[in-house]
Design a protein around this ligand. Structure first.
Ligand SMILES: NC(=O)c1ccc[n+]([C@@H]2O[C@H](COP(=O)([O-])OP(=O)(O)OC[C@H]3O[C@@H](n4cnc5c(N)ncnc54)[C@H](O)[C@@H]3O)[C@@H](O)[C@H]2O)c1
Length: 379
């Protein structure tokens, strides 16, 4: 038998380095390695070498290092995934951008507006892709809710709600003293702030009022712990949003969103593991999800798929198709709300978001420019 030659388009994989091999870094590295066609895990960097060795062994990666600079210097690395603690996010993003690498950075993008501006400017100057880990946008139910909003199901948004209840146990938080002050706003509720901003398309958050306490671990309050919070966010289109969080939901990992408006309401999320439900003498029951990597397994994978597509498009000089991934302006807006909420909880007073930072429109193009214009006119 003689084979005929069949021409195929060149399909070089996008070569990605994982910076940070902890909880979420492990999941992302595995996604790149096993779940995303067209991507290849080229190297892993983390000063915790035993963690790197375990991950590299598991995924068959040969290039490992304790120093992220090594992967930034590696010409065989196209893009990096930053999954380190937040204090390294902006400096690593800047260094990666300067090295010409496309960047996916976990949330929050930075600790301050100054830091995130530095990261955004470095990415813009280098012309690299910069995407942030707001995975809820990629969850099928949240994405469907946004589509319904775009299709007019809600009309003009009036009330929004987003909540995060982290899974817990009857014993409470294991090491509350190790949770850094501000975590509930900067690491947890930042997801809710991005979700609310995104589910109120074109609107800009203007005022924030937060109440927070240590109700799960009151003994750690003196050290700065806040484990329970409610935040109202007022938008320049008049809509009022409520975000709430608690670190110890005994029944599982509970993430929900809701938008109510002049034409109706959409909801998304919930802790049920599946629609299987038991009806017995004891009542009605469902299994619940306990881990973020279970609840958001597909969303975490899809966001990286989207990132890899964007890296490929930049490499091949092609336009990126589909809706914009959460980028610098989105991360900056969510961070500004988180910082305003933290300040409000601290002072007990409402905080104007633009006293934290002059916001940029979250959505590029004319829609975003109009939103900014409305914000300016209404202020
Ligand atoms: N999107 C989400 O739902 C989600 C979920 C979990 C975590 N996160 C975010 O991901 C980030 C990491 O969280 P985690 O839970 O994986 O933390 P983790 O503590 O499990 O892992 C962090 C890892 O970073 C490594 N590290 C520290 N400094 C480093 C450096 N300079 N260079 C390279 N590696 C370094 C540590 O050794 C550790 O292995 C945080 O910003 C967190 O908010 C996001």
């Amino acid at each position: 038998m003689t084979y005929r030659q069949h021409p195929v388009a060149e399909n070089r994989p996008v070569r990605v380095a994982a910076i940070g091999a902890g909880w979420i870094g492990n999941f992302h590295a595995e996604s790149i390695s096993r779940r995303i066609p067209g991507a290849r895990l080229e190297a892993i960097a983390d000063p915790a070498i035993p963690a790197v060795e375990a991950l590299a062994g598991h995924l068959g990666v040969t290039k490992i290092t304790a120093d992220p600079q090594d992967v930034l210097d590696d010409p065989d690395v196209d893009a990096v995934l930053i999954s380190t603690p937040v204090r390294f996010h902006s400096q690593l993003t800047e260094a990666a951008a300067r090295a010409g690498k496309d960047v996916f950075c976990e949330k929050p993008g930075a600790r301050t507006i100054e830091e995130i501006d530095g990261a955004i400017q470095a990415a813009e100057a280098a012309g690299v892709v910069l995407q942030f880990g707001f995975n809820r946008r990629y969850a099928a139910d949240f994405a469907a809710a946004r589509q319904l909003i775009d299709d007019g199901a809600v009309g003009v948004p009036q009330l929004l709600r987003s909540l995060t209840r982290d899974p817990g146990t009857a014993a409470g938080l294991a090491h509350p003293e190790r949770i850094a002050p501000g975590t509930i706003f900067l690491e947890t509720l930042i997801h809710d702030f991005d979700t609310l901003n995104w589910l109120n398309p074109g609107a800009v958050p203007v005022k924030v009022h937060a109440v927070a306490d240590a109700l799960v671990a009151p003994q750690a309050k003196a050290g700065g712990l806040l484990d329970t919070a409610v935040v109202t966010v007022t938008y320049n289109n008049g809509a009022v949003a409520v975000a709430e969080a608690n670190f110890n939901a005994l029944y599982g990992y509970d993430v929900r969103g809701e938008v109510f408006g002049s034409a109706g309401m959409v909801t998304a999320g919930g802790p049920q593991a599946s629609s299987a439900t038991s009806y017995t003498a004891a009542g009605i029951g469902s299994e619940t999800v306990r881990l973020n990597v279970d609840l958001f397994h597909d969303a975490y994978t899809l966001e990286l798929e989207r990132f890899v597509e964007a890296v490929k498009a930049r490499r091949d000089g092609l336009p990126v198709s589909g809706p914009a991934a959460p980028g610098g302006a989105d991360a900056r807006n969510a961070l500004a709300v988180a910082l305003a909420a933290w300040l409000s909880a601290d002072t007990g007073l409402p905080v104007d978001v633009d006293s934290i930072a002059e916001l940029r429109p979250a959505e590029a193009g004319i829609q975003g420019l109009r939103a900014l214009n409305v914000a300016g006119a209404g202020a």
